[in-house]
Design a protein around this ligand. Structure first.
Ligand SMILES: [Zn+2]
Length: 220
């Protein structure tokens, strides 16, 4: 059974579990991973993007991002998105997000999305771009009504340690992913909690998430 953690900021605690580790190229350095983790390099996967809270020198950031996107081990673009608590204006966030969404299309990499109190903005962006690549909302903690609305619009939802029970049930089976984000928790604990919420065996959840990962072509 292959466990996947599709969004985390640290390498997996178990070398056999596959984690898509977020590299924020503008705060950490890219070389921080492969050798030091002890995980074989062919099992290292990354996401890279301009987080709405760290918008800075956009032109340089977009340039740097493109270098990462051309690497096969960078399998997701993100975290990118909208955050009403960030310093950057909504207009700037929108420009930066749309530029990244275009890159996701160009490089054919699905997006991992950070969205705080900005559901209208993210939905508007999706209507504008009409992306071919999947868009996954990470750390989803909204309720079932919001989950249903987002799923209808084609979004995928990724759940961490804390989640709304009804929302998880809406995303099950085909729209659901599992993550640890910045929490120092074993992803298997999160799987256990979600499986309990769904009243299913943990192995069934593991299989389904692996199927979703394969279907979206996240990891080839
Ligand atoms: Zn994160």
């Amino acid at each position: 059974m292959q466990y996947f953690d599709i969004h985390t900021h640290q390498p997996s605690v178990r070398p056999n579990d596959i984690a898509i580790v977020n590299i924020d190229s503008f705060r950490n350095k890219f070389e921080f991973l492969p050798k030091e983790t002890g995980i074989p390099s062919e099992r290292n996967y990354f996401s890279c993007g301009i987080h709405p809270r760290y918008i800075d020198d956009v032109e340089r950031q977009l340039d740097e991002l493109q270098k990462y996107l051309s690497l096969p081990e960078v399998v997701l673009l993100g975290e990118a998105g909208f955050d009403k608590l960030a310093q950057a204006s909504v207009f700037l966030q929108q420009d930066v997000f749309l530029a990244q969404a275009d890159l996701a299309e160009e490089y054919c990499k699905p997006m991992i999305i950070h969205c705080v109190k900005a559901w209208q903005e993210i939905e508007a962006a999706k209507n504008k771009i009409k992306p071919r690549v999947p868009w996954i909302i990470h750390g989803f903690r909204g309720n079932d009504i919001l989950a249903t609305q987002l799923i209808r619009q084609g979004f995928y939802l990724s759940f961490g340690e804390y989640f709304n029970l009804q929302a998880v049930r809406m995303a099950w089976p085909g729209r659901l992913f599992v993550e640890t984000d910045d929490k120092p928790v074993d992803v298997r604990i999160v799987y256990k909690k979600i499986a309990e919420a769904l009243f299913i065996e943990e192995s069934r959840l593991v299989e389904q998430v692996a199927e979703n990962v394969a279907r979206l072509g996240l990891i080839k």
